[in-house]
Design a protein around this ligand. Structure first.
Ligand code: NDP
Length: 300
């Protein structure tokens, strides 16, 4: 059997960013507002700093306004809520991104609940979680959808076309990835199974999948013989493991070389799902800027 076709998330994300930039320019010419993204970082976690910087930089590159809010680790919940209230009221802000995880003394669900659902470009507000959970098959996604899952669904649609009737198995049931991916694939008419750490005979369940989405955070956990020949495999995992010469390298949750010999389509790590997350954040911010300007949702 031929090797799996690699799904080039880096290239797809670059194309999506270009289409978003075009959408930003069109919005300006039609008299709409310049989209604005506010990022909020509490504390100085190095990984979070890298993510926030890259989000702000990408927003600026696409012609959006970027508002960078850095708060000290000892910021109180009340102070953070006050900032969110200001950003909710600020008409130049269309998207509010509070970088997670927050320090332990802050109640994360309370903070997410305080964000205006129409500025919740991460898609984590309970209203948006509910919108996704109750969406009809094929209905437009005219509300913010969590970025990494949205990226997975875009890559699958691009690689496979219609997903109708395919068996999709999701490994991982987190609210960040597994569950929203399942909702998106149901909307696209897949038959969806969600698995987790208590699932019995996970390899057998995975072998039933035409589409296998893996988001567990365990390096190379899913082996080649868990994969149905020809299946499309989306590897969301990002794990840093020791490499030769005292270095480290990134691997996914799927044993890449084994999977490549069996699957029909496969996302690499890095360069698969990863680049889609920030591109989808920009997509969500553009959509919310269109909404604020009284324009309808427009897929780009
Ligand atoms: P969580 O830790 O929140 O969830 C992990 C899920 O995997 C849980 O549902 C857990 O099951 C399940 N799981 C753990 N071990 C097993 C096992 N042995 N068998 C079956 N299921 C198992 O992780 P996230 O969803 O936040 O992230 C998953 C991965 O995706 C990570 O590597 C993360 O870095 C990556 N990620 C990548 C992103 C990107 O590309 N931009 C964005 C977000 C995440 P249970 O519920 O039973 O505990």
């Amino acid at each position: 059997m031929a090797e799996a076709k690699l799904i080039d998330g880096k290239a797809f994300a670059a194309g999506l960013r270009t289409r978003v930039a075009k959408g930003v320019a069109e919005l300006a010419t039609s008299g709409g507002a310049k989209p604005g993204l506010a990022t909020v970082l509490v504390g100085a976690d190095p990984a979070s700093e890298v993510y926030v910087r890259s989000k702000g930089k990408t927003a600026s590159e696409l012609g959006m306004a970027s508002f960078d809010h850095r708060l000290p680790a000892e910021t109180t919940e009340a102070e953070l809520l006050a900032l969110i209230a200001r950003l909710n009221a600020d008409r130049s802000v269309n998207g509010i991104l509070v970088q997670l995880p927050l320090p332990k003394h802050i109640d994360t669900p309370k903070i997410l609940l305080a964000i205006d659902p129409n500025k919740d470009v991460d898609g984590f507000h309970p209203i948006n979680v509910g919108r996704l959970g109750s969406i009809a098959a094929g209905a437009p996604l005219d509300f913010p959808v969590p970025c990494t899952p949205l990226g997975c669904s875009m890559l699958l649609a691009d690689a496979l076309g219609s997903l109708a009737g395919r068996n999709a198995v999701i490994v991982g049931r987190s609210t960040l990835v597994g569950r929203p991916v399942a909702q998106l694939l149901l909307r696209m008419d897949c038959t969806v199974t969600i698995t987790h750490s208590r699932t019995r005979d996970l390899p057998a369940v995975c072998r039933s999948a035409d589409i296998l989405v893996v988001a567990i955070g365990k390096p190379e956990f899913v082996r080649g013989d868990w994969i149905k020949p020809g299946a499309a495999v989306i590897d969301v995992g990002i794990n840093r493991i020791p490499a030769e010469g005292g270095k480290t390298r990134l691997v996914g949750d799927v044993a890449f070389a084994e999977a490549r010999a069996v699957a029909g389509h496969l996302t690499p790590v890095p360069g698969g799902v990863g680049p889609m997350t920030v591109a989808c954040l920009m997509y969500n911010t553009l959509q919310e800027a269109r909404r604020a300007s009284g324009l309808p949702f427009a897929a780009v």
